[in-house]
Unconditional design. Structure first.
Length: 149
């Protein structure tokens, strides 16, 4: 299930929490700076997804309780283990996405909390990246399923 939706208008802009958002193959998360595929690009970073359990594990490791959007991911996933296999397909309502790879944490996470980059590093804890194949509207509470692993 989708536990949260967030976007950022520019690379270092604050995250904006949403209840619903349009997602398209051309623009990814509508209004998010990472969604538009650059000419000649592959769009492998259109959408970032993170499991709530992975964020909770990172917070427990740090002894902190920061909001999930501090990770700067677009979608917070509840109750589903994201596939750790590039090429896997995930469906959220009418939206179909293909996992393109791991969302490696970067040094920017250290500005959020010392040790956060390391806490998000093991076992895809930082999340997954995806490209949009079929668009639609995603809402908080929407069911998710893995179509192909």
């Amino acid at each position: 299930m989708i536990g949260g939706i967030a976007r950022r208008r520019a690379p270092k802009a604050p995250m904006e929490l949403l209840d619903a958002v349009l997602v398209t193959p051309e623009r990814g998360i509508e209004g998010d700076c990472r969604g538009v595929i650059k000419p000649g690009g592959r769009g492998k970073r259109q959408v970032s997804l993170m499991e709530r359990g992975d964020w909770a594990a990172a917070m427990a490791e740090l002894g902190r309780d920061l909001p999930w959007q501090s990770r700067r991911a677009n979608l917070l996933v509840d109750g589903l283990d994201l596939p750790q296999t590039p090429g896997a397909l995930i469906r959220i309502g009418t939206v179909l996405m293909r996992i393109t790879g791991e969302c490696d944490p970067c040094v920017r996470m250290e500005a959020v909390a010392p040790g956060l980059e390391a806490a998000l590093t093991p076992d895809w804890r930082g999340g997954a990246l995806a490209r949009v194949i079929e668009g639609g509207t995603i809402r908080v509470g929407d069911r998710m399923e893995i179509e192909e692993a």
